[in-house]
Design a protein around this ligand. Structure first.
Ligand SMILES: [Mn+2]
Length: 190
């Protein structure tokens, strides 16, 4: 069964255009979860994020997250650049790669996230992948740096479904002075 999912993307206070974006794609046994945070904010950032989501909507996801982000890196060349986290869920496993100020948490099984420093479209010295177990019942949360992660405790939100958990995280931890995005996906059994 495809994961239950819900996301919220909101521009920083005073802006209509948003430089954060989310894309989720189911492709046979795999699901791609992607979150993009273009540098800066406003219409110019939103344009970069639109290009990033267009790339992510057509990229092959079977080759894994590094291949996905390498393609995104090439697609964003010449733009102001972006941070992005991508995660491929496949048969009880999670395969991820994140560049820049984006993050991922999972609960109750926690996956050791390794971020790759750099800017997609600019310079990324090395793409580092991470992976871990994501059996049915695992909640995966992706978020941008417009969300405060230091006090984020997913174990407190276990009673909530994906939508309510996402809304709660957003209400409690999203900053109004930055574009913000949260994606919650709950892995379900087949
Ligand atoms: Mn940001």
């Amino acid at each position: 069964m495809t994961p239950a999912r819900f996301h919220i993307v909101r521009p920083r206070a005073g802006e209509i255009a948003c430089g954060d974006g989310v894309l989720v794609r189911d492709d046979g046994p795999r699901t791609l979860l992607a979150l993009v945070d273009a540098l800066g904010h406003g219409p110019a950032a939103a344009e970069v994020t639109a290009a990033a989501l267009a790339c992510l909507s057509r990229v092959a996801i079977g080759a894994g997250p590094i291949a996905v982000l390498s393609e995104l890196h090439a697609a964003l060349r010449g733009t102001r650049g972006a941070a992005a986290m991508v995660c491929v869920l496949e048969r009880d496993r999670l395969f991820g790669c994140g560049v820049g100020n984006v993050d991922l948490r999972s609960d109750p099984t926690s996956v050791p996230v390794v971020l790759s420093p750099g800017i997609l479209g600019g310079s990324v010295r090395a793409f580092r992948a991470f992976e871990g177990a994501a059996p049915a019942g695992t909640r995966v949360v992706l978020f941008s740096d417009g969300v405060s992660s230091t006090r984020l405790r997913l174990e407190d939100l276990r009673a909530l479904d994906a939508e309510r958990a996402c809304r709660t995280i957003f209400d409690r931890y999203a900053y109004s002075h930055d574009d913000a995005s949260v994606l919650v996906a709950d892995v379900r059994g087949s």
